[in-house]
Design a protein around this ligand. Structure first.
Ligand code: MLC
Length: 453
């Protein structure tokens, strides 16, 4: 039987207690960076839930709805809309909440595939995964779009999946997880009240565009849109696409770090920031490029975003809700990357770039990264979504930790996703979406490479 979802309910959830319209907030330049192509981040949380659909509808849905509306009282921008501001001549957008605005919550039932298969780690049909993602509604008035849509999909007597499709313009991973964690905490409470939900820091005017980035971006907007059109994304409907998750355990990570350290000492190179993140990204980057068998003289690019809250001067509150991301790019030739010491070289280069961010201004870093991005072929760049620091496996709505967490939107951006390991502190999970044959080659490289370290 072909996999399918059947929508059971669709509700509009407004903040509660009642919230009057709030003054619209112009997007900061760190939000506006995500505007030209309105990137959606789709995060799926799978939970074991061995109960009938009716049990969920009767006993769990009311509390989920109640606590979602409480949480939205504090996170009200998510219930609003992202829209052109009144002085749109400047290309400025804003995020606005008006009384009665709401989030669409879809409840659906899945048939045709086993829960444990779809939430597994092995290569799985990507189209089936996409059935769990809510389809955001375009608002009727032009140019507006919703910050978030949520879909809960039930697998009769087996499990459920909560999928958040969040527009990156609204917030980054840290903001997203602040919202999701708050909802889950409220949902676990026996008597949920507003006081139990910690308030995010919502004032986007705290971010000052010291380098005129927003103006430069609007000037480059057409160039950037043309650039994006030229870059091929993997078509969502490609039936050969599979999603899979690989895990690096703590021991492997320690060995990878030791190898980089030893190589650095052997070559008398200064030791850069060799963290779990660095050795994981280097290892995956090399395995992926090997799987794609590029011409050795071609260039490869590694791109990652950096949470800039603690790097701002003065630092931003940790609970700042919006985007506060800088970025970096590392370039190596294919030959260097797939060569004998490719892992160590890639780790040293990524580590050096992270160290090089110290003391720098986010505007200046982004101007450099943006310029380099436009020069390069996106097809040969690998980017990263999520982070092992976001602690996604701690999100418990009252029926235990997730069985699995995924980011399905990585196929649009040709990224890998990272999360902390579900099973072991210090381990990392890596998610990929690739054509099946490429995934098989990647998987072989990943497994065999670990034998050799
Ligand atoms: C730039 C980085 C990726 C680099 O990560 P690193 O792990 O290499 O660097 P780091 O400085 O954070 O940590 C370096 C080492 O110090 C340790 N360390 C860090 N903070 C520590 C602390 N408070 N106490 C003790 N140790 C600490 C770490 O364990 C690590 O070691 P070790 O690791 O060896 O144990 C990161 O700083 C960062 O910004 N991460 C967040 C990225 C992010 O937010 N991504 C989501 C983007 S939004 C997105 O993509 C969409 C979405 O997610 O929704």
């Amino acid at each position: 039987m072909a996999a399918a979802v059947r929508v059971l309910h669709e509700s509009q959830i407004s903040p509660s207690p009642w919230l009057p319209s709030q003054p619209p907030q112009p997007l900061s330049f760190l939000d506006a960076i995500w505007l030209p192509n309105s990137v959606l981040v789709e995060r799926l949380f799978f939970y074991d839930f061995p109960h009938p659909v009716s049990h969920f509808i009767d006993h769990k849905l009311p509390i989920l709805i109640k606590t979602l509306s409480l949480t939205l009282h504090h996170f009200y921008p998510l219930a609003g809309s992202i829209r052109p501001s009144a002085d749109f001549d400047d290309g400025q957008f804003e995020i606005a909440y008006e009384e009665g605005d709401s989030v669409t919550l879809t409840i659906a039932e899945f048939t045709g595939e086993d829960f444990h298969n779809i939430s597994g780690y092995h290569p799985r049909n990507f189209e089936n995964l996409r059935l769990l993602v809510p389809k955001p509604k375009k608002s009727s008035s032009c140019g507006q779009f919703p910050p978030i849509s949520i879909q809960i999909t039930l697998f009769q007597n087996q499990g459920l999946c909560i999928c958040f499709a969040i527009n990156h313009v609204a917030c980054d991973g840290s903001g997203t997880m602040g919202f999701i964690r708050s909802w889950a905490t409220a949902c676990r409470s026996t008597e949920p009240t507003l006081h139990e939900i910690s308030r995010p820091f919502l004032d986007r005017s705290i971010i000052i565009d010291t380098h005129g980035i927003q103006r430069k971006m609007f000037q480059h907007k057409r160039v950037f849109e043309e650039y994006l059109k030229k870059q091929d994304t993997l078509p969502v409907s490609d039936p050969s696409l599979v999603s899979a998750t690989f895990t690096l355990c703590k021991d492997h990570i320690t060995q990878l770090k030791e190898r980089v350290q030893a190589k650095g000492e052997e070559e008398g190179k200064p030791l850069f920031h060799i963290s779990t993140f660095v050795v994981t990204c280097a290892y995956v980057w090399r395995c992926l490029v090997k799987a794609r068998a590029y011409d050795g003289d071609s260039q490869q690019y590694f791109v990652c975003v950096v949470d800039w809250r603690s790097r701002m001067r003065p630092p931003l509150p940790r609970n700042y809700f919006g985007n506060c991301l800088g970025g970096l790019m590392v370039e190596l030739s294919t030959k260097e990357l797939v060569g004998k010491n490719g892992n160590e070289l890639a780790a040293m280069e990524i580590g050096k770039s992270i160290d090089g961010l110290r003391g720098r201004d986010v505007g200046e870093v982004l101007t450099t990264a943006f310029g380099r991005l436009l020069e390069n072929e996106r097809r040969k760049s690998l980017s990263v979504a999520g982070s092992p620091k976001l602690m996604v496996y701690e999100v418990d709505f009252g029926w235990g930790r997730p069985a699995k967490v995924e980011i399905s939107s990585i196929n649009e951006t040709r990224a890998i996703s990272l999360a902390e390991s579900r099973e072991e502190e210090g381990g990392v999970e890596i998610g990929l979406v690739l054509p099946e044959e490429e995934m098989n080659r990647f998987g072989k490289n990943f497994t065999c490479g670990l034998v050799d370290i």
